[in-house]
Ligand binder design. Structure first.
Ligand code: MRU
Length: 356
């Protein structure tokens, strides 16, 4: 997708270096960063220079490529894989990508392993782009249906950033929106700010602006009253891990939006590529929920009056703060899952029909 009119992907590989857009600097600065070592890749995931389930997976895949370039040794590679998997716990795509890479490389001679790893990491990225594009085409039909009935701008609420910046291109939740916009269907997005890291404001609104999609940032607690006022036609969010029973783990606050949508009879859709499905965990209580540093709550970054980026403390110095990063929306509140293979019911039956 475009930034200042130029097409980008979120990650690419050039002359043995992995290039990323440093998302900790957005929206105030657009910086392309080089990842040269496995440690660089792990750090980029941990501090969220890259984030979003599919992009974390792709970065992990390229992290293993960097690991081989650094030290083409099996035990080093195994340690790199373990460290990558432990770098962020909730998004399943991380483990999915590492397992896929390690399976592909198992039993391969050391002189061939680098080429195999590079090809597989590229394949993971290409596949994600294709899947996200298909999610867009499948979700477009839902937006079109609402538009054909309403004959007016379709208002879509989204939470966090499940946009192209969270994937390689297109995004998951944003892909149907971009497809609708390209088709000339008038859409307007309510972007939840998404405290504490403000991915909705800093990333979703930013990328929608760059693509010319009409959007408004709202405080996280505003969605409910907008739904009561009839100003939300549908919600589309992403997910970091979807269980086989259709329960959806996503950025904290998603659950509350789903409850409000349910109370107001507003369709609540979740968009995901199949790499985000966890077929093993049966009970959502077993999903590892990331708890991040409370400083993400107590401090904020922004531009001062001179236009310089400044970090300030906003909480009382003596106050404690707690920062759970994800929550789980039970399947019963999810109208449908928009996947690369089609839209299905959020249930084991629905998912199994699409992914036999
Ligand atoms: O903590 P983040 O920014 O990595 O969380 C991202 C989300 O929760 C997204 O909604 C999810 O990864 C889906 S991305 C297509």
């Amino acid at each position: 997708m475009r930034i200042e009119g130029k097409e980008y992907r979120t990650i690419w590989f050039e002359k043995n270096i992995v290039k990323i857009i440093d998302q900790t600097k957005l929206p105030h600065k657009f910086i392309i960063k080089d990842l040269k070592t496995i440690e660089d890749a792990i750090n980029a995931i941990k501090v969220m220079e890259v984030r979003g389930a599919p992009l974390i997976g792709a970065t992990a895949a390229y992290g293993l490529v960097l690991s081989i370039i650094q030290n083409n040794d099996q035990s080093f590679l195994k340690r790199s894989a373990e460290n990558l998997i432990n770098s962020r716990p909730t998004a399943i795509n991380l483990k999915w990508a590492v397992d896929r890479m390690m399976n592909k490389m198992s039993g391969v001679n050391s002189d061939k392993i680098l080429d195999i790893a590079i090809n597989e990491a590229k394949e993971i990225c290409e596949e994600d782009i294709k899947f996200c594009e298909n999610i867009g085409l499948n979700g477009l039909k839902i937006i079109e249906k609402i538009y054909n009935k309403k004959k007016n701008t379709v208002n879509i609420l989204t939470h966090c950033n499940a946009g192209w910046l969270a994937t390689i291109n297109w995004g998951t939740a944003t892909s149907p929106i971009y497809h609708a916009h390209k088709k000339g269907i008038p859409v307007h997005v309510w972007a939840d700010e998404t405290r504490p890291r403000n991915q909705g404001a800093n990333l979703t609104s930013y990328e929608l602006n760059e693509e010319g999609v009409n959007n408004t940032i709202i405080a996280d607690n505003t969605g409910g009253i907008l739904m009561q006022r009839g100003e939300v036609d549908m919600c589309i969010v992403g997910t970091d891990r979807t269980l086989a029973n259709g329960d959806v783990c996503n950025k904290v606050g998603t659950y509350l939006k789903a409850l409000a949508a349910n109370d107001n009879n507003i369709p609540f859709y979740v968009a995901l590529p199949s790499s985000t499905i966890d077929w093993n965990i049966k009970d959502h209580k077993d999903i590892p929920i990331e708890e991040r540093n409370s400083e993400e709550l107590s401090h904020m970054e922004g531009l001062d009056e001179k236009g310089d980026v400044k970090k300030i403390q906003i909480y009382p110095r003596k106050s404690k703060a707690m920062n759970l990063a994800f929550d789980v929306t039970p399947a019963k509140y999810v109208t449908g899952l928009i996947t690369e293979k089609g839209v299905c019911e959020a249930s084991e039956k629905g998912l199994k029909e699409l992914f036999k």
